[in-house]
Design a protein around this ligand. Structure first.
Ligand code: GLU
Ligand code: ZN
Length: 471
C-alpha cells in the first residue's frame, strides 16, 4: 500500500508551532515510507480564510523545507465535487435540508440545557423534504442513531463513541459551501489519504467523519492524534513569552533544521537522542514513540538546540543559510574578505543568524556607527589621542599585512605606554568595530585589511580632534 498523507491547514492565521509540527509528522511519515505528501488548503470558511494566511503558511513550510508532492489544493476550487456528493446524499436519504431559524435552535438548546439533556439537533426537519424551496436552509448529515464508532488511534489506542452522543451535524452552510467535517472527508477520500495525522483538538470530529466515510461505503483511513503543546506556564501557547508564528523564527535568524529538530521532539522521542539530522528523523520516525501527554514549549531548549546547530554546522551550510540575511542588510560580500573566513570568526559565538549577520556589518561596510556615547567612552582611555596617531603610523608602515605583524605593533604600543592589554585593545576594538564585544581584535584587523583599518582609525582621530577642540 502506498502511504499518502496530507497537511490540511485552514488559512485563518499564520503557520503556528502546532501546525508546523503536524505538518512535520505527516511529512516524515510519508518520507520514511516512500509515500506521497499533499498540501491542501481548507478554505471553505470563507469569512475567516484569507490569502495572507495562505502565503504565510507556504512561506513557513518552504523555510522549514517541508516539501509537498502535490498541491496546494484549495477546497474552494472543488465546490462542484462536494455539491455533487451532497446531492447524492440528499437523494439517498443520508442527508436532509434543515430550515430551522436561529431562534428556534436557540430555544431548543436552552430547553435542553435546562432539562439536563445534551444539546443536539432534534431532527425537526427530517421529513420536510423539498417543501420549502424558497426558504434558506442548511444541510445536515443523518447520523446513525444506534451503535458505536470505534477507531484505533495510532497514538491514543482504541477510541469508542456512542452514536447517540453525535448530532445530525451541518455538512453544508446556507451559502452552499460545505463545512470542514464534510469537505475534509471528501478530499481525504478522493486523494486516497491513508494516514491522517493531526492535532488532538480534532478527536471529537473523527467519529463524525468516520460516519460520513461509512455512509459513502468507503474505506476509512488510519488516524493519529498528536498531543497538544502548552506554554511553560502550563496554559495554551500564547504570545506572551515567545512567538507562536513560525515565520518569526525565520526573521529572528533561527536555523530551520534546529527548529524542526525541536518541534519533532515536542510530542515524539527516540531513546535519549536530542539531535537528529533530517535523514535520522526519516529513519527513526514511527508511531510507537509518540507521547500521549501534552508537551511544554521551552524557548530555552530551542535556543540551546539552535546554538548547537550553529556551532556544529559546516561553514558551507552556514553560508547558504545566512545569505538571505546578508542580502537583507544590503552587505556587499563580493569584495574581500571571503565570507567563509568571516563565518569562521563568528560561528562559535553567535546565537542566531541575525546576530551573526549584524557582526558582518563592520567587516563589509566601510563606515561604522560611532555615536556620542562611544566617543565619550573612548576619551576615558589615557593618552588615547597620542596612541591612535602612533598606531596609525605603525600600521601604515606595515608592508606585509600578517597577523604576526599586527600583533607585534599592538605589543609595541602596550610596552611603549606601559599599558595592560585591555587598555590597548578595547579602544581599538571600538574604533574598528563600534562594539565592545567582538572576537579577537587582531583577527578582525587582519581580516578587514589595511585600507579599512587605517580609514577607521583616521576617521576617529578626526572626530576626537574636533570633539576635543569644541568641547
Ligand atoms: N483544517 C483543519 C485545521 O486546520 C485540518 C484538520 C485535519 O487535518 O483534518 O485544523
Ligand atoms: Zn431544521
Amino acid at each position: 500500500m502506498k502511504i499518502i498523507t496530507r497537511f490540511a491547514p485552514s488559512p485563518t492565521g499564520y503557520l503556528h508551532i502546532g501546525g508546523a509540527r503536524t505538518a512535520l509528522y505527516s511529512w516524515l511519515f510519508s518520507r520514511s515510507n516512500k509515500g506521497i505528501f499533499i498540501l491542501r488548503i481548507e478554505d471553505t470558511d470563507i469569512n475567516r480564510s484569507n490569502i495572507k494566511s495562505v502565503n504565510s503558511i507556504i512561506e513557513g513550510l518552504k523555510w522549514l523545507k517541508i516539501n509537498w508532492d502535490k498541491g496546494p489544493f484549495f477546497q474552494t476550487n472543488n465546490l462542484y465535487r462536494y455539491n455533487k456528493i451532497i446531492n447524492l446524499m440528499l437523494n439517498n436519504g443520508n442527508a436532509y435540508k434543515c430550515y430551522c431559524s436561529k431562534n428556534r435552535l436557540n430555544l431548543l438548546r436552552n430547553y435542553q440545557i435546562k432539562n439536563n439533556i445534551k444539546p443536539r439537533y432534534d431532527k425537526f426537519c427530517i421529513n420536510f423534504k423539498n417543501k420549502n424551496e424558497n426558504k434558506k436552509y442548511v444541510i445536515r448529515f443523518l447520523n446513525p442513531e444506534n451503535g458505536y464508532v470505534i477507531f484505533n488511534d495510532k497514538i491514543r489506542g482504541l477510541i469508542k463513541t456512542n452514536n447517540n452522543e453525535l448530532d445530525d451535524f451541518i455538512i453544508c452552510r446556507e451559502n452552499g459551501i460545505p463545512t470542514y467535517n464534510f469537505s475534509s472527508v471528501i478530499d481525504d477520500l478522493d486523494m486516497n489519504i491513508t494516514h491522517i495525522i493531526r492535532g488532538s483538538e480534532h478527536i471529537n470530529n473523527t467519529p463524525k467523519q468516520i460516519n460520513i466515510f461509512k455512509s459513502l461505503g468507503c474505506k476509512i483511513p488510519k488516524y493519529a492524534h498528536v498531543s497538544i503543546i502548552l506554554g511553560d506556564d502550563g496554559k495554551k501557547l500564547s504570545k506572551r513569552y515567545f512567538s507562536n508564528n513560525i515565520n518569526d523564527y525565520k526573521y529572528k535568524g533561527y536555523i530551520p533544521e534546529a527548529l524542526i529538530n525541536y518541534i519533532l521532539k515536542l510530542g515524539w522521542s527516540y531513546k535519549n537522542k536530542e539531535i537528529f539530522t533530517i535523514s535520522e528523523m526519516k529513519k527513526y520516525f514511527n508511531f510507537k514513540n509518540f507521547v500521549k501527554s501534552s508537551s511544554i514549549f521551552d524557548i530555552k531548549k530551542l535556543n540551546w538546540i539552535n546554538q548547537y546547530y550553529l556551532n556544529n554546522m559546516s561553514i558551507k551550510k552556514i553560508k547558504s543559510n545566512i545569505l538571505p540575511y546578508i542580502k537583507e542588510n544590503k552587505l556587499n560580500i563580493s569584495k574581500k574578505p571571503k565570507i567563509e573566513n568571516v563565518i569562521k570568526l563568528f560561528n562559535k559565538r553567535c546565537k542566531n543568524l541575525v546576530e551573526m549577520s549584524k557582526f558582518f556589518k563592520y567587516i563589509y561596510n566601510i563606515d561604522i556607527i560611532i555615536n556620542y556615547k562611544v566617543i565619550k567612552y573612548i576619551l576615558k582611555f589615557k593618552n588615547i589621542f597620542k596612541i591612535l596617531i602612533i598606531i596609525y603610523n605603525k600600521f601604515n608602515k606595515i608592508k606585509f599585512w600578517t597577523y604576526k605583524n599586527i600583533n607585534n605593533i599592538i605589543f609595541e604600543i602596550k610596552n611603549e605606554f606601559n599599558l595592560n592589554m585591555y587598555n590597548v585593545c578595547m579602544p581599538l576594538r571600538i574604533i574598528i568595530t563600534g562594539k565592545k564585544n567582538t572576537p579577537n581584535i587582531n583577527n578582525i584587523i587582519y581580516i578587514i585589511k589595511k585600507k579599512k583599518t587605517l580609514y577607521r582609525i583616521n576617521n576617529l582621530i578626526n572626530i576626537l580632534f574636533n570633539f576635543k577642540y569644541f568641547d
